[in-house]
Design a protein around this ligand. Structure first.
Ligand code: NDP
Length: 399
């Protein structure tokens, strides 16, 4: 059917590349392009020989002209951005210049702030519409599948949704004292920021990790979870009419939080550059360099993730609750694609999002968050590509 340019060759990109190669009817040809070409070549070597033709390229995705040149050379139908949030705008600029569709899994972040806001990317709405191309924002799991779940719940189960709690639980154990499951810089930025949730038309701020709940998750059991801000809250607050409150909770063990508290107290999680022996370094980037590479956790991680949304609202004049979730097993993921479940649960929806655009099931010009599209074809593909969803009509609620 067509060609995809995949930018980035890290944990998530590796899963997406595997999944595109499992889906050669849609992804006839892919090009893997990233800063370190050897990582792209290693992926090609592992997956070459199937029906999907693979090429690789060295690319600095901070440089718009370089991206434009690569797009003009490879001529993809869609660019799947699986580099870091810092590259979103340069890649969107290159897509605009070449009129190619764009998909990502995380909102743009300027290097010097950590705001988790869509405003920079939403500012491209008119330009993408005029160019006749689609930018699909946030096609990972959260954001991503959580938005699709919300659109599906609204379409099929509610007249109005009033409350959404997004619960992200990871019961995986990698055996290290401390490691992050995906890019440590992004992960730590997320956790050390203040919490925020949406209520009655505005965002309410909390101290980091101030709000704790205990929840008994299907298939993984009871876990401590903490309220965080997460970027999909911003778009869901706009796109789910009548919504009164949306919160996001993520599980963390006491051990993980203790390590993090110490690192934070000594300044190791700071994003402010410091001078070290005549060289400017950013503490959190240095920390990233000494922590285990998330990609190395795959073979060691045992246990499951459970990510989903609990909805409460009105159907036919009556109050209704509904829970949609996915359970993913770290070791099963590793057996299939050589990555743990965190990368898997992001990399599969990135492939499906690109597939929605390439097959024209999602076909509207402009910049859109994922919940703005028809959820049904995406939900169907989740079941086919390794992330089957489950539902409960009588879930425990979070108080
Ligand atoms: P990794 O750090 O493992 O991979 C990032 C890749 O991008 C690396 O290959 C890196 O190159 C490459 N890269 C970084 N900067 C550039 C650049 N300037 N030019 C070209 N390539 C570059 O991250 P992950 O795979 O864990 O995450 C990828 C994305 O997915 C992130 O944006 C993350 O926020 C997002 N994510 C989304 C989730 C969701 O559910 N929505 C969940 C988890 C992650 P090099 O190899 O040289 O470092």
């Amino acid at each position: 059917m067509g060609k995809a340019l995949i930018i980035g060759a890290g944990g998530v990109a590796s899963v997406t590349v595997h999944k595109c190669c499992q889906n050669p009817d849609v992804f006839e040809e892919i090009c893997i392009a990233s800063r370190t070409k050897s990582k792209c070549d290693a992926l090609k070597e592992k997956l070459d020989g199937g029906r999907t033709k693979i090429s690789t390229a060295q690319l600095d995705a901070d440089n718009v002209d370089e991206i434009i040149a690569l797009i003009n050379d490879f001529k993809p139908d869609v660019v799947i951005n699986l580099a870091l949030p810092y590259q979103d705008l340069t890649i969107m600029d290159a897509c605009l210049a070449t009129k190619v569709h764009y998909v990502d899994t995380a909102n743009y972040e300027p290097l010097d702030t950590a705001k988790f806001e869509y405003k920079w990317q939403w500012a491209y709405r008119e330009k993408f519409k005029e160019a006749g191309i689609t930018a699909l924002l946030g096609s990972g799991f959260d954001p991503g599948v959580t938005g699709v779940f919300s659109a599906y719940a609204l379409k099929h189960h509610f007249d109005e949704i009033h409350y959404i709690d997004i619960l992200d639980a990871n019961a995986g154990d990698h055996g290290h004292h401390f490691a992050t499951n995906f890019n440590p810089e992004i992960n730590i930025r997320e956790i050390t920021s203040k919490g925020r949730y949406f209520e009655d038309g505005k965002f309410v701020e909390t101290e980091p990790m101030e709000i704790k709940r205990v929840y008994n998750f299907p298939e993984i059991g009871q876990k401590d979870m903490y309220l965080l801000y997460h970027e999909e809250l911003e778009s869901l607050a706009l796109n789910i009419p009548g919504i009164k409150r949306i919160r996001f909770f993520m599980t963390f063990s006491e051990k993980y939080l203790t390590h993090l508290r110490v690192l934070e107290n000594v300044g190791m999680t700071s994003i402010e550059p410091i001078n070290f022996e005549g060289k400017e370094i950013v503490p959190i980037q240095f920390l990233k360099a000494i922590l285990p590479d998330p990609a190395s956790l795959g073979p060691r991680t045992k246990g499951k993730t459970n990510i989903g949304c609990i909805f409460k609202g009105i159907k036919d004049g009556k109050e209704k609750t509904y829970y949609l979730y996915n359970v993913c097993d770290h070791q099963e993921c590793y057996k299939e694609v050589g990555s743990q479940a965190i990368s898997y649960t992001t990399g599969v929806p990135a492939m499906i999002g690109a597939m929605m655009i390439m097959t024209k099931k999602w076909n509207k010009a402009g910049v859109y968050n994922i919940e703005e599209f028809d959820p049904d074809p995406f939900m169907e593909e989740l079941n086919k590509w390794g992330l089957p969803w489950k539902e409960s009509f009588n879930p425990d609620m979070v108080d």
